[in-house]
Design a protein around this ligand. Structure first.
Ligand code: UD1
Length: 430
């Protein structure tokens, strides 16, 4: 078992380079099997465990995957030979369900175990299924555990999503790219990684328009070919460093970013009193006083991202005044607040609302990463707090943050990864 040990209280200063976007990589990697060819993908965060799992799954179904360098992979999809993915492969991450759309697109058949991933509340897949069925697939769920989708042929159709879903939008795009005729997704998600997936598929010869708006038109093509493509920078990793800079009252230049993707985060940080300077591919965040309060409501893109909500709550926990955070995407995303209470925060949660009374300082404590972004929030809290913070369950953080110790360490954060012995349990008794 590993944990992070942080000695907090130092302002973060310096430069950090953001990796390729995890959520874009998780959609683009399975998309590669829609071609019977070789795709070279650059700016891939290869050392996060979610990406390792996707690569493992690709190999399991017969794809060849070559690591060209730390952030470039080559996927050879010529010999993909299986449409079956078992629970062993899907249990760790949500995005494993993108293989349903990709395999359906390739073989007109997919048998994929239900996905695991961070628990943020119930995560239904009804909109994915609605999309596959609209394209002509028959979808059954066996024992609540395995999704089986089959189609004689996939035929483009209009699909209206009842909720704005990133996952359903991705999955329908994957299944529709090689369908016959035109698929129109209405009320589609507009996240940057949806646009990135569309750009990748178009580089492979697909005909997708409107990604980034709420109507995406996919004119099916018979074949897709290989390509070379570079994934966009990670919006949430960039946002995490931005908030960390502000919460520690530091001054950080964040490199390899797209400022447009960060607007909702920048505007909230400015409201809290941070100074932000934008460049073409860099953003500088500094804060030289106690942050001010602000209210946040999470929304689908271009609203404030739910995946930045826990990190931002740490800043607000240190702000002067009372802030209200309203979570509108996930029903169980405030579990991390219990960990912040241990560090001296004053937060009351009522359903989907958290009322945060800012305190002057947080103090280090033993805490846990409840999920990926909750873990990122614990790192920020530990760096901003006085004294020692130990974070357990960091496997969640390793799912989505590349070289996190090195990156925060280079900014002057005192953070170490340490190995620790598993607590003695009755089960392990002789
Ligand atoms: C993706 C992100 C995740 C982020 C979320 C919202 C990836 C790999 N993960 O998750 O980090 O927090 O977007 O920005 O990209 N819903 C339904 N039925 C469905 C699908 C979704 O009701 O069939 C609901 C969900 O319960 C949730 C909302 O729609 O309340 C949004 O979910 P969705 O956008 O699908 O999230 P994910 O794609 O799972």
């Amino acid at each position: 078992m590993e944990k992070f040990v942080i000695n907090g209280g130092q302002p973060l200063r310096g430069e950090v380079t953001v990796s390729g976007a995890k959520n874009a990589a998780l959609a683009i990697i399975p998309a590669a099997i829609l071609s019977h060819d070789v795709c070279r993908i650059e700016n891939v965060p290869t050392s996060i465990s979610d990406v390792s799992f996707m690569i493992k799954t690709l190999k399991h179904i017969g794809a060849g995957v070559r690591l060209i360098d730390r952030s470039t992979i080559e996927i050879d999809s010529r010999f993909v030979n299986s449409y079956v993915i078992s629970h062993d492969m899907t249990k760790y991450l949500r995005a494993s369900y993108y293989f349903i759309g990709a395999l359906l697109g390739r073989f007109h058949r997919a048998r994929v175990a239900m996905p695991g991933g961070c628990y943020l509340g119930p995560r239904p897949i009804d909109q994915h299924i609605k999309g596959f069925e609209a394209l002509g697939a028959k979808v059954t769920i066996e024992d609540n555990a395995i999704v089986e989708a089959t189609a004689n042929e996939l035929i483009g159709n209009p699909i209206y999503l009842d909720v704005v879903s990133v996952g359903a939008t991705v999955n329908i795009m994957l299944a529709a790219a090689r369908a016959q005729g035109m698929t129109v997704i209405e009320n589609a998600a507009k996240e940057p990684h949806i646009v990135d997936l569309a750009n990748f598929l178009n580089s492979m010869g697909a005909d997708i328009r409107g990604a980034g708006t709420d109507v995406i038109k996919i004119k099916g093509v018979e074949n897709l070919h290989g390509c070379t493509y570079s994934i966009i920078p990670d919006q949430i990793e960039a946002g995490t460093f931005m908030v960390a800079a502000a919460a520690t009252r530091g001054d950080v230049l964040i490199k390899n970013i797209i400022p447009k993707h960060l607007e909702s985060i920048s505007s909230k940080l400015i409201e809290c009193g941070a100074e932000i300077e934008e460049f073409d591919e860099e953003i500088r965040v500094s804060m030289n006083r106690r942050p001010g309060k602000c209210n946040i409501k999470t929304m689908p893109h271009p609203g404030f991202p739910t995946d930045m909500q826990p990190q931002m709550a740490v800043l607000l926990a240190l702000a002067e005044g009372t802030s209200i955070v309203s979570e509108s995407i996930w029903s169980n995303r405030f579990r991390y607040t219990e960990q912040l209470l241990r560090m001296g925060a004053s937060i009351t949660v009522d359903g989907q609302l958290a009322v945060i009374h800012g305190v002057e300082a947080l103090r280090g404590a033993p805490v846990r990463a409840d999920d990926l972004r909750a873990g990122a929030a614990m790192i920020i809290a530990g760096l901003a707090a006085s004294g020692k913070t130990e974070i357990e369950d960091i496997l969640y953080i390793d799912r989505g943050y590349e070289n996190v110790v090195e990156k925060f360490g280079n900014l002057g954060g005192d953070i170490r990864r340490v190995y620790c012995v598993e607590p003695f349990s009755k089960d392990s008794a002789g």
